[in-house]
Write a protein that binds this ligand. Structure first.
Ligand SMILES: Cc1cc2nc3c(=O)[nH]c(=O)nc-3n(C[C@H](O)[C@H](O)[C@H](O)COP(=O)(O)O)c2cc1C
Length: 258
């Protein structure tokens, strides 16, 4: 059985040197578990345990750990994420296609989506955000299971102006109201006009949070359950977990209000 934390343990864990708050709640006591520390940034991790020994929780200061570790923790905690396969075009007409899973709806009135396009490690902006900034429009194409591997191909870092869609063999067709083309085989697509770009941080991994006003939504007729609802079984949309892991829509439960 694990020993109770000594005063020395507690002072180590709560020392100002690490900028940690003292944690000593009613039945929860903080103490050190060096063997469980992740490599690289141990002083920013703190393990919390119930008295008596079983590890219950860990507190992590994400702003103080390596960017790679913060990325991995965040992307494996915020799951599953939908994937926006964004087609865009530069001012001189060069087409670009790339996936982004820091993506969500914002509101339906006015109908708005958001996509977070994070700067590269060297601080440079990705082609997609450069294009959206230049031309003020883009298309979010939703990704179904069958498109998974070709979608991943389009995430390769290639020089600006290289058409990833052509390289990966993805067929694009003209959109109805925006300049950017859309993916022909995507069952669902949103033509968007730029609402605004919100800068979140700068330099490496700083984000450009793009809000896009939806002008037209395309839905394949066979995916529709009714005029205002899409059947998740038929849409077979892919979810992003982290790294190379993805998930499928298979097991759905219903939870009714009590
Ligand atoms: C499934 C998936 C999701 C991704 N999500 C994001 C994301 O949310 N934000 C981001 O900046 N990059 C994301 N990426 C990486 C971009 O796709 C990658 O940096 C791509 O090269 C950007 O292309 P671009 O320079 O043509 O815009 C993701 C990659 C994959 C495969």
């Amino acid at each position: 059985m694990r020993r109770r934390p000594s005063a020395a343990d507690l002072s180590l864990r709560t020392s100002g040197r690490y900028g940690l708050r003292r944690v000593c709640r009613r039945r929860l006591t903080a103490y050190a578990c060096p063997s469980l520390r992740l490599p690289g940034a141990a002083e920013t991790y703190r393990y919390l345990s119930w008295k008596g020994g079983v590890l219950a929780q860990m507190e992590i200061d994400l702003s103080r750990i390596a960017a790679r570790d913060a990325h991995d923790l965040l992307t494996s905690a915020v799951v599953p994420r939908p994937i926006a396969w964004v087609s865009s075009v530069s001012a001189d007409g060069q087409v670009n296609l790339a996936p982004f899973s820091f993506f969500s709806g914002v509101t339906w009135s006015p109908p708005t989506l958001c996509v977070s396009i994070v700067n590269r490690q060297d601080g440079s902006r990705k082609d997609t955000i450069l294009n959206i900034d230049e031309t003020g429009n883009f298309v979010v194409n939703m990704v179904s299971e069958e498109m998974g591997s070709v979608m991943v191909e389009t995430s390769a870092t290639v020089p600006r102006g290289v058409d990833e869609a052509r390289e990966a063999g993805v067929s694009l067709i003209p959109s109805t109201v925006v300049m950017a083309p859309r993916v022909r085989d995507a069952g669902i697509a949103f033509e968007c006009v730029l609402d605004r770009i919100i800068q979140v941080g700068t330099g490496p991994y700083g984000a450009n949070l793009v809000l896009g006003r939806i002008r037209v939504m395309h839905v394949n007729k066979e995916l529709l359950e009714s005029e205002s609802s899409i059947d998740w079984k038929r849409s077979r949309l892919l979810g992003r977990l982290s790294g190379t892991k993805y998930c499928r829509l298979r097991s759905v439960i219903e939870i009714s209000p009590q």
